[in-house]
Each structure stands twice: as structure tokens, then as C-alpha cells.
Design a protein around this ligand. Structure first.
Ligand SMILES: NC(=O)c1ccc[n+]([C@@H]2O[C@H](COP(=O)([O-])OP(=O)(O)OC[C@H]3O[C@@H](n4cnc5c(N)ncnc54)[C@H](O)[C@@H]3O)[C@@H](O)[C@H]2O)c1
Length: 462
């Protein structure tokens, strides 16, 4: 279904100026202020018409900032430091309108079926595979996460790895811990003037580009799309060109079929002798047995890995050959830095995740906006201004032909100020601002829309 914006009738609040008597300048200026675009007028704070008392359940120690932000909106918040099992959730969730989780709580089909009031799910983390996204969408529940709040943290870790590899200082520090003094400068380099090759110039790659230039490095990048380089960075045409020229190659691509084993024996052979490889992206992007060969032969001078094809599910679990068959040989190679997927793990990133996801949930609950949702059509409408009367209709429905005709039939006695609809797979979402709906008409309007054949969920905000 295509997106539409239908101003059905002219707004009754439109102001007309008389052309016959031109007003004085200061008068025109004053009037221009009062005619300012709706975007600069104070937005009206909307609330759900039928359930003002929204209850939120926050699990897994979600930040206190998020708890306070929700409380400031007037929501009732229950929070816990722990995750909940499926059985616990099935028992508790029927009383909540929203839930916030991290990666340990699983929102399964059974949980969603028990969640009779649930309107929205917030994943206060990067990934969303702990949620049954399709079942949630079919139940009219958008899911939000925070995919980019840790970009800076990853970029800073990479900078530290570039220097650590170049100076072999992890190796030296490890030897000191073993009681061995081994001062040397052979094979240790400054990074100034060296070339950093960034594969994938997205959120993390671009941050890294800026930081590494500040260290005096030359930056090349390779990306499948043409991107405006930051600073003096230069985009190269092929991965081979980047591998041939770079002293450090760092990977920042998503996990996709075409990025699986993107760096294998052939690509490692294309890297300069004595170069370094850094992978903070996803474990399957590098063929690790091939990397082990390239390190053992001395073709590469070192590597830093933060991500692996298989990763333990919990802290304290072993990182061994049972998990990844090559773990022992990899761990034994000097100047290889292995970290447990900590690229994005900082206090700042956690705080930003808390802010971003809590504001996405609030925007959805109070205004109906789904921009940034991972499983839902993305729709938003310009804010209703404080002076405007009327209601906002948020209608989640099955994506089948004829729905808009039915809904617009219901809207036809009113003045539709704004309307926007978007679909994603089987689900479609329509938002409409309707002017001058009397309080007695609100229930009737909701009932009629809820009765349309494709209705999944209809909420009214005023
Ligand atoms: N180590 C960690 O803790 C950690 C934290 C955050 C993100 N990540 C991972 O880092 C990676 C990059 O994240 P991001 O936020 O910068 O992503 P992003 O989506 O902002 O950028 C990815 C870039 O890769 C490019 N790309 C896609 N396919 C490509 C290909 N075949 N060849 C070259 N370029 C390609 C895209 O065009 C895009 O510019 C992701 O895999 C993400 O999962 C890891």
C-alpha cells in the first residue's frame, strides 16, 4: 500500500488577510509571528483517550534515567534488575501496556498471546532476536531498539587496538604479568603516517575515519555505496585496492550473506606483508582458520578480534575449542588481541540506549510515531499544536486492499487534517489527525474504525 497524505478539507482555522489595506511593517511582522508554521508552535501533549494510566514493566536493570523519564510522563513503572522466564512473563504481562527488556528476556509467541494490553516492546540493546518480531507485528505491537548508540564506543576501541597492535603492547603487558622483562623496538611502529583501511563506512566506520585522521593516519575506505568522505579520507573502488594499500584493515560491515567470509585466504594474501587485521563487526565476516595461517606464516603482524562465529551465552563461560574448533591455536599466537565482544560496552553507550529507547516508547505511546521500529511500518505525523482541537487516530490493520476506503468512509463526516499510511509485509499502519471531533463522537469513531474488516488495533490520542 502506498503512503498517502490526504488533506480532505481546508482547515477552518486558516487565516485570511485582506488584500485591500496593507498593514504597517511592525503589524505585518506581528502577524507573521502568529502565522508561524505549525512546526514552530508549541506541540500539544497527547494522551491515549481510553487508558491514561499506562503501566510499564522494565526488566534486566534498565537505566534509572529511563525509569525517571517514563515516570515524568506520568506512566506507572515497575522495574526489576532481573530477566523473567517465559512462565513468569505469561503470568505478569497481561497487566502491562509496555515492556522494556535487554537481551536475556525472551518475548515469545506464547508471551505475546498472553499480553492482552501490550502496545509496545522496547529492547534496550542493539539486537532484537530475543523477540518474536513477526508475531509482535501481527498483534499490532511495534518493537524498538537502539542500533547506533554505541558507534563511538566501538570506534574508540578500534583506535586503541590500532596503537596496541602497532606497539605490540598487549604482548609486552602479558609477558610482564608472566614475570618476563622484554623491552624491544623491533617491529614496533608509530601509527602517524600509516594507512588505515576501513571496510564499511557507516556509523562506526565514519566515526573512526575522523578519529584516526586526528592521529595523523591516512584513511581509505571501501563501501558498496558511494559515500561522501569525511576530512581527507578517500573511497576506493574495490576491496582489493584497499587491502593492497592499507597498513591496518578494520571491518565495519553488517552480517549478510555477501559479507560472510568476506576476508578469507585470498583477501588476506592481498593485504600488505606486516599489516594488521581488526574485526569488531561480526564473527562470520572473517575466515578465522585462514587468518590463523596468515598470522603463523608471518604475512600478518597481528590481529584484534572482538566478535566470533560462536560466542558464549554468559560471562564466566569458557572460550574454547568446543565453542570454536580453532580457539586454542588462535589464543597461542603472539600479538593477537582477543576481547569478549566489548566494542559497544561502555557506560555512555548504555546511557544513550536508555535515552533513545525510552523516547521511542514514549513517542509511540503518546503520539503514535513508529519511526525506528524494527518490525513495523514507519509512520509519523507533524505534531498537533496546542491551539488545535481534535484527535489522532492510530490504526494498525492487515495490509489488504480496500482498507483505506473503509476507514475514510468513517472519517468522511469530519475534517481530516493529516493522514499518512505505510505498510510493511502483512501489516499496515495509518495515522490521521481529525479536527473538531466532539467528546461524544470519540467513542463512536473508535468503534466504527475498530469494526472495519482488517482492524488489528485502533488507538485514539487527544
Ligand atoms: N563489537 C561490537 O560490540 C559492535 C557494536 C556495534 C556494532 N557492531 C557491528 O559493527 C558493524 C557496523 O556497524 P555500523 O553501526 O557502522 O553499521 P552501519 O549500517 O551504519 O554501516 C555499515 C556499512 O557497511 C556497508 N556495507 C554493507 N555491505 C557491504 C559490503 N559487502 N562491502 C562493503 N561495505 C558494505 C554499508 O553500506 C554501510 O555503509 C555491524 O556488523 C554491527 O553489528 C559491533
Amino acid at each position: 500500500m502506498a503512503a498517502i497524505a490526504i488533506p480532505v478539507r481546508k482547515s477552518s482555522k486558516e487565516v485570511h488577510m485582506s488584500p485591500s489595506t496593507p498593514p504597517a511593517l511592525h503589524e505585518r511582522m506581528n502577524r507573521r509571528d502568529s502565522l508561524a508554521s505549525p512546526a514552530v508552535r508549541a506541540p500539544k501533549v497527547l494522551h491515549p483517550v481510553d487508558n491514561d494510566d499506562l503501566r510499564l514493566l522494565l526488566l534486566e536493570n534498565i537505566s534509572q534515567e529511563a525509569v525517571r523519564a517514563f515516570q515524568a510522563q506520568g506512566f506507572h513503572v515497575d522495574h526489576s534488575a532481573k530477566a523473567m522466564s517465559e512462565d513468569e512473563l505469561v503470568e505478569k504481562i497481561p497487566q502491562y501496556h509496555a515492556i522494556g527488556i535487554r537481551s536475556k528476556t525472551k518475548i515469545t509467541e506464547r508471551v505475546i498471546k498472553a499480553a492482552s494490553k501490550l502496545l509496545v516492546i522496547g529492547c534496550f540493546c542493539i539486537g532484537t532476536n530475543q523477540v518474536d518480531l513477526i508475531t509482535a507485528a501481527k498483534a499490532g505491537i511495534p518493537v524498538f531498539n537502539s542500533p547506533f548508540s554505541n558507534s563511538r564506543s566501538v570506534a574508540e576501541l578500534v583506535i586503541s587496538e590500532v596503537i596496541a597492535l602497532s606497539r605490540q603492547y598487549f604482548q609486552r603487558a602479558f609477558e610482564m604479568r608472566e614475570g618476563l622483562w622484554n623491552k624491544q623496538s623491533k617491529g614496533c611502529w608509530e601509527v602517524r603516517g600509516k594507512t588505515l583501511g576501513i571496510v564499511g563506512y557507516g556509523h562506526i566506520g565514519a566515526q573512526l575515519s575522523v578519529l584516526s585522521e586526528a592521529l595523523g593516519m591516512r584513511v581509505l575506505f571501501y563501501d558498496v555505496v558511494n559515500i561522501m568522505p569525511l576530512g581527507s579520507a578517500r573511497q576506493v573502488e574495490t576491496l582489493t585496492a584497499l587491502l593492497n594499500e592499507s597498513d591496518f584493515v578494520t571491518l565495519h560491515v553488517p552480517e549478510l550473506p555477501e559479507t560472510t567470509n568476506m576476508i578469507a585466504a585470498e583477501q588476506l594474501a592481498e593485504m600488505k606483508k606486516g599489516a594488521y587485521l581488526i574485526n569488531n563487526a561480526r564473527g562470520r565476516v572473517v575466515d578465522i582458520p585462514a587468518l590463523i595461517d596468515a598470522l603463523k606464516s608471518g604475512h600478518l603482524a597481528g590481529a584484534a578480534l572482538d566478535v566470533y562465529p560462536a560466542e558464549p551465552g554468559a560471562n564466566g563461560a569458557p572460550f574454547d575449542d568446543q565453542l570454536n574448533s580453532w580457539a586454542s591455536p588462535l589464543r597461542a599466537i603472539p600479538n593477537v588481541i582477543l576481547t569478549p565482544h566489548i566494542g559497544g560496552s561502555t557506560e555512555e553507550a548504555q546511557r544513550m540506549i536508555g535515552e533513545e529507547v525510552s523516547s521511542a516508547l514514549t513517542r509511540y505511546l503518546n503520539y503514535g510515531a513508529t519511526i525506528g521500529s524494527v518490525n513495523f511500518p514507519e509512520v509519523d505525523l507533524r505534531a498537533i499544536t496546542a491551539e488545535q482541537l481534535g484527535i489522532r487516530v492510530c490504526h494498525v490493520h492487515n495490509n489488504i486492499p480496500g482498507v483505506l476506503r473503509q476507514v475514510n468512509e468513517v472519517f468522511s463526516p469530519y475534517n481530516v487534517e493529516k493522514q499518512y499510511s505505510e505498510s510493511k509485509g502483512d501489516i499496515a499502519y495509518l495515522m490521521a489527525d481529525i479536527a473538531d471531533v466532539s467528546p461524544s463522537d470519540i467513542n463512536k469513531l473508535r468503534e466504527l474504525i475498530s469494526k472495519t474488516s482488517a482492524n488489528i488495533l485502533t488507538r485514539l490520542l487527544a
